[in-house]
Design a binder for this molecule. Structure first.
Ligand SMILES: [Mn+2]
Length: 478
């Protein structure tokens, strides 16, 4: 989700005619370059759900062409990585979901210094624009920004790489669901709708049967929580005798003629057949509930997982330090491994949340001024501080309109994650702008949206960062 942190500024939704064809066209020379190449290839991907999906797509496409390649997945592409890669043997480098933001470094250390060929298939803000990229003979830089699209919304790197794979061989059309898994991971699906060019990929996926799309109850925990919990947690619209009432929620399910358990285990909403879900919906309508508001498009993959849950599992592989397992799950349909990762990820989130509970009396760690602060120090992994911040914001642990989580990161930096409540945002608070401004003053990198923003800053600036955020939130919510 690094992607979302770069999307400062406009959130324009591009709904003009979609021209995915334009992207296919820019992919063609890259596909030809790969086809002609008979030396070794190095594939380099990013470690989130989008990057892992893009890596899996490229992996399968290269494999199908009988190419000799190896791959690595990085959290970030630092200058030292670029320097290292410049020294390695492979003479064709393919970067996916990484590389656009560092294309100036690629130019400096690889494109001008070596005779390696480079293909970048990415959607992050590019350091080199279309013209600068075009001037470099050994670079093919595929990026939707070069065509005037906002890569933050219009298409993910998995989508870009899918279109490249499609240009390499039509056979690769069976990888289209991975493009949507990547887009979902990068929050390019909102309230059930894929954004921008992703809609074209969605049509392809639905037509080919790779993804099933239908309307369903879009409740919290649809795939992860017992059905009655999903129902009782729903308070908007308020469901009389069901919201905040577990036995009432169970009664609603039973009176719909739907089993609450299977093999002794509570079922999730996603465990219900379509027919059972319809029964439940009809029963809710009969009770006079405003069900229409709860219905959204639900996307189910051929493997039976809903796309959000599966995307979360792929993302979790990276967070847990095993991004290659994500590639394996995608390429080999290893669902046993997927379940294992899912459970492990759940345990890691619980233990990170326990840190907050265990330290709530410790004023150096958990404290509240204008904002609620969770200092995870080295105890909460930087990859989990965002989730902890989100959950702590939504469960009302603090009274403050903004919650900030911070955790030690590599290279003497700290990761900052912040969330605002809905009301404050409606009153005009914009965390993305605030974080962006403080980063400018305190040597950080970051950004985001009005409700959520993140950054990496030098460890030494941590206290000052917290104080600035405190006073800016206080000003904006005064
Ligand atoms: Mn991405």
């Amino acid at each position: 989700m690094n992607q979302t942190f770069r999307r400062t500024g406009s959130t324009r939704h591009r709904s003009e005619p979609r021209i995915v064809e334009e992207i296919r066209e820019i992919c063609r020379p890259a596909a030809e370059k790969i086809a002609r190449h008979d030396g070794e290839i190095r594939l380099i991907g990013q470690y989130d759900a989008d990057g892992i999906s893009a890596t899996a797509i490229a992996h399968r496409a290269l494999e199908r062409q009988g190419k000799n390649f190896s791959y690595e997945i990085l959290k970030q592409l630092y200058e030292e990585d670029v320097e290292r890669i410049a020294e390695e043997d492979e003479d064709l480098l393919v970067f996916v979901d990484i590389g656009s933001g560092q294309s100036d470094l690629l130019k400096e250390h690889i494109l001008q210094e070596t005779d390696k060929q480079v293909i970048v298939s990415d959607h992050h803000d590019p350091a080199l624009d279309e013209e600068e990229s075009g001037n470099l003979e050994n670079l093919i830089h595929l990026n939707p920004h070069h065509l005037g699209y906002d890569g933050g919304e219009a298409i993910s790197a998995a989508g870009m790489t899918y279109l490249l794979a499609e240009e390499m061989d039509e056979e690769n059309r069976d990888l289209v669901h991975m493009a949507l898994i990547g887009a979902t991971g990068d929050v390019q699906k909102q309230e059930g709708e894929f954004l921008g060019l992703n809609q074209d990929l969605e049509s392809l996926a639905v037509e080919s049967g790779a993804v099933e799309r239908r309307k369903g109850l879009d409740l919290y925990g649809r795939t992860t929580k017992p059905l009655q919990k999903s129902l009782m947690y729903n308070t908007d619209p308020y469901l009389k005798d069901v919201s905040n009432d577990e036995s009432g929620a169970i009664e609603l399910v039973k009176s719909a003629g739907v089993d609450i358990r299977k093999d002794g285990e509570f079922r999730t909403l996603a465990d219900l057949t379509e027919e059972e879900e319809q029964k439940l919906i009809r029963n809710m309508i009969k009770r006079g509930f405003d069900v229409e508001r709860l219905l959204n498009r639900i996307y189910t993959l051929e493997n039976g997982y809903e796309i959000d849950e599966f995307s979360t599992i792929i993302n979790a592989c990276g967070r847990l330090g095993s991004p290659r397992k994500g590639v394996k799950i995608l390429l080999e349909q290893d669902l046993e491994l997927a379940e294992k990762i899912s459970r492990k990820y759940g345990r890691r989130i619980s233990s990170s949340l326990r840190y907050v509970e265990d330290h709530k009396e410790d004023e150096d760690v958990i404290y509240e001024e204008e904002i609620g602060v969770i200092d995870g120090k080295s105890e909460v992994d930087e990859d989990f501080i965002g989730t902890v911040t989100t959950i702590t914001m939504s469960n009302g642990f603090f009274d403050a309109p903004v919650v900030m989580g911070v955790a030690d990161a590599e290279k003497d930096k700290v990761k900052v994650s912040s969330r605002a409540d809905k009301e404050a945002v409606e009153d005009g608070l914009n965390l993305g702008e605030i974080i962006d401004e403080i980063c400018g003053e305190l040597d950080g990198e970051g950004g985001g949206h009005n409700v959520a923003a993140g950054a990496k800053i030098p460890q030494v600036n941590k206290e000052e960062f917290i104080q600035k955020l405190n006073s800016m939130v206080s000003e904006q919510t005064a």
